[in-house]
Design a protein around this ligand. Structure first.
Ligand code: NAI
Length: 722
């Protein structure tokens, strides 16, 4: 059952209440029921108006993305049907002649909000947690139920386009200010009361873009509808579209088709009447909804993210755990960030450093962030003291007694880490877990300092902790399921997304990210123009070029890590990162922190590539096409991920994909480093890797397993890790 139909004093109340899904969504089950309920109300002459609402806490969360995925690579006709069916139903709502009010009792997103846009009036219940908007673009889609046409016809295109193109979600108060809804109500009772009052006062409303046909009396789309704020050809229109398209191209680098398709929908649709405009929208919808990019974004960034956040991969037979008291060793950059996000989640935190002063400095970090949060309206000022009271700054190990979890974030030094482990571990509560936030030292080795290596685990946070969503959980050789379960429960509590990997050098994220920076240096050594290298990185969709990001990491750190790998016999001194990093350390150009690296960082003005680069790495006469440079940068990361997968460092495809996108910004349109193989096609991937290996080195050589898959004709879609 999806829809609940009741009548109250000649008003039909059509209430969404899907029993087959946790949230109300538009799918094969609910759409026909919704339409049947509407028809019942249209056909009953006693019914004077219709209220659409929901019995659940949210209104309607959007289209069922699993339905979209089912049709993605199979059936453009099926996809067009989804959109045209919805449009037929929504258009009938506008033209039935009966007033329809959306009583938005909670979150209304995507298709859910498109229902509301097809109503004659929208009232939202003022619950700050509710979200209203059309966020389809964030998963590679566009609003295919009339959203791209009705929103600009209500708000004007200048106000509507940013909402559509950025996929913004607004709380009810802001939605009212922006004009997405017409009124607010304090609670359910007032919501229905206001809806009924509006119906009584507006017995036969018309949408602004509609008119009554003089002869037939039927409601039809107006041919000469005037868009508020100016038409497409007005000076405003010209400015909005020419400036907007250029900005979008710069932002998406052509990798994401949806935002541009939205611009086109609005541009073309606003020049014709609503019925023809909806057809235009339908065609663009099919184009983006059947794209690989939409599939990748839905799969990894929506469904996958939900799965990971809920704790996919948590050992099932361990009962739920709860970290109530957390110890953190080291109140530096990482420790103070971890303390902040934990206190924010209501966890009692003991923050220990070598002196109370140092620990207090770490606590100050929370004070600063909370102050900023209050200024930006993100933190309730009345909660600040409570959060700060949860944080105890200390230099006494004794204060750690009874912690359910202790995370060490002291300097990256094996001996020091062993020493603090020995000192703090005995303070743990019974069954407590000890974690290291090391970024490079293998967990199994660090666990040797522990009396209970089965309760020792890696919790690798990313900097800045309050902004970075990912936590890489590392299983040492002896780490038990209990430690993993507790860690995952903790990560969930602080609202971060975990991936789980097995112990190895650089774990997963640092190892593969390292191939991006290393390939940047290899390109430089090959005489490729550094400007081309950096542009290719960004054009490929990486947030920052490989040389700029190496400067941020710092070249002395790259030198230290690659030097250790040389010492351990994993790399030779011929290794490019080792050689280039050594060269720069010798020059004293350590990166951004030294205001000199691959870039120059002038006091006044913008950073720019260091002119001395061309003396160190003379430019090749013939420069490669940018596509080739992009390929080297992306394929290098993907092939390393395949190796991680085959070596068992990475355990699931989702962990690989999410880890790469959330950890170091691998481009989401590809679906992530492992989905990338399917994105380009496994056959192409293998043959291109062979070609790259023949041209640039064995680091690109495909694995035997990949070749076997190609020989066996494994269908793309099941290729890797599914
Ligand atoms: P940091 O240098 O900012 O902080 C280290 C803190 O540990 C200092 O406040 C120091 O006083 C304290 N400390 C030293 N000895 C101590 C002891 N015996 N007891 C208690 N505290 C002690 O270092 P950062 O950047 O916070 O890194 C900490 C750990 O996190 C390292 O293992 C690092 O590899 C790892 N990490 C760092 C990331 C980063 O981006 N900086 C990212 C992920 C992990």
């Amino acid at each position: 059952m999806a829809i609940h139909y009741t009548v109250d004093q000649n008003v039909a109340i059509i209430s969404w209440n899907m029993t087959s899904a946790p949230m109300n969504v538009l799918n094969d089950e609910s759409i026909p029921e919704f339409e049947a309920a509407l028809k019942r109300a249209y056909e009953d002459s006693a019914i004077k108006g219709i209220i659409i609402t929901s019995d659940k806490n949210e209104f309607v969360a959007g289209a069922d993305l699993k339905m979209i995925l089912r049709n993605n690579d199979k059936d453009p006709a099926g996809m067009l049907k989804v959109s045209s069916e919805l449009n037929r139903i929504f258009r009938a709502m506008e033209t039935s002649g009966k007033p329809i009010v959306a009583a938005i009792n909670g979150t209304a997103l995507g298709g859910g909000f498109e229902i509301c846009l097809a109503c004659h009036y929208r009232i939202a219940m003022d619950t700050p947690k509710s979200q209203i908007g059309l966020p389809e673009v964030t998963i590679g889609l566009l609003p295919g139920g009339g959203g791209t046409q009705r929103l600009p016809r209500i708000l004007g295109m200048e106000a509507a386009l940013p909402l559509l193109v950025e996929g913004k979600r607004l709380p009810p108060k802001e939605a009212l200010q922006a004009g997405l809804v017409n009124d607010l109500a304090a609670g359910r009772e007032e919501l229905l009361k206001k809806a009924k009052a509006w119906i009584a006062a507006n017995p036969s409303p018309l949408q602004p873009w509609d008119e009554r046909d003089r002869k037939t009396g039927q409601i039809v789309g107006k041919d000469n509808f005037k868009v508020p704020g100016g038409a497409v050809q007005s000076p405003t229109g010209v400015r909005v579209f020419s400036g907007g398209t250029a900005m979008l191209m710069d932002k998406t680098r052509g990798n994401y088709p949806a935002p541009l398709a939205i611009m086109s929908c609005v541009y073309e649709g606003l020049q014709v009447n609503i019925d023809r405009a909806l057809k235009i929208e339908g065609r663009y919808f099919v184009k983006v909804a059947t794209s690989k990019v939409a599939k990748n974004l839905i799969q990894t960034m929506f469904l996958g993210m939900n799965e990971a956040t809920k704790g996919a991969g948590r050992p099932k037979d361990v009962p739920p755990t709860e970290v109530k008291k957390l110890g953190i060793l080291g109140a530096g950059m990482m420790g103070s960030g971890i303390a902040y996000v934990s206190a924010l989640a209501g966890i009692q935190v003991v923050l220990k450093d070598v002196s109370v002063d140092a620990a207090e400095k770490g606590k100050d970090y929370s004070r600063t962030l909370l102050k900023k949060g209050v200024e930006h309206g993100k933190v309730d000022p009345f909660k600040v003291d409570g959060i700060l009271n949860l944080l105890r700054a200390t230099d006494q190990a004794e204060d750690l007694r009874g912690c359910d979890l202790i995370i060490e974030a002291v300097f990256e030094n094996r001996e020091l880490k062993a020493q603090v482990t020995k000192e703090a571990e005995p303070m743990l509560a019974e069954n407590g877990v000890f974690a290291s936030n090391t970024s490079t030292l293998p967990i199994t080795g660090l666990a040797q300092a522990s009396a209970k290596p089965d309760n020792f685990i890696g919790l690798h946070f990313f900097s800045p902790v309050d902004k970075m969503q990912l936590v890489e959980i590392i299983m040492g050789k002896q780490t038990a399921d209990y430690a993993l379960a507790l860690s995952m429960d903790y990560v969930k509590k602080i609202r971060k997304t975990p991936i789980v990997v097995n112990d190895s050098r650089g774990f997963y994220t640092s190892r593969v990210f390292g191939t991006y920076t290393a390939e940047g240096m290899a390109l430089l050594k090959d005489g490729v123009n550094p400007v081309l290298i950096e542009n290719a990185g960004r054009d490929a969709g990486m947030p920052v070029g490989p040389l700029a990001v190496t400067d941020e990491v710092a070249l002395d750190l790259v030198y230290k890590i690659s030097g250790q790998a040389v010492k351990d016999g994993v790399l030779t001194e011929e290794d490019t990162s080792y050689q280039v990093a050594k060269m720069f350390v010798d020059l004293g150009r350590l990166g951004k922190k030294a205001k000199a690296g691959f870039y120059e960082y002038p006091e006044a003005g913008k950073k720019h590539l260091w002119p001395g680069l061309s003396d160190l790495f003379p430019l090749r006469e013939q420069q490669p096409p940018i596509e080739e440079v992009k390929k080297r940068l992306l394929y290098r990361q993907a092939i390393e991920t395949v190796r991680c997968f085959e070596e068992g460092v990475i355990r699931t495809r989702l962990d690989a994909d999410l880890g790469s996108i959330l950890g170091w910004g691998f481009p989401p349109y590809t679906g992530g480093t492992l989905s990338f193989v399917e994105f380009v096609g496994i056959d192409t991937f293998v043959s291109e890797c062979d070609r790259l290996a023949d041209t640039y080195g064995e680091r690109f050589r495909p694995t035997e397993k990949l070749r076997q898959m190609v020989r066996a004709g494994v269908e793309t879609g099941q290729a890797i890790g599914s």
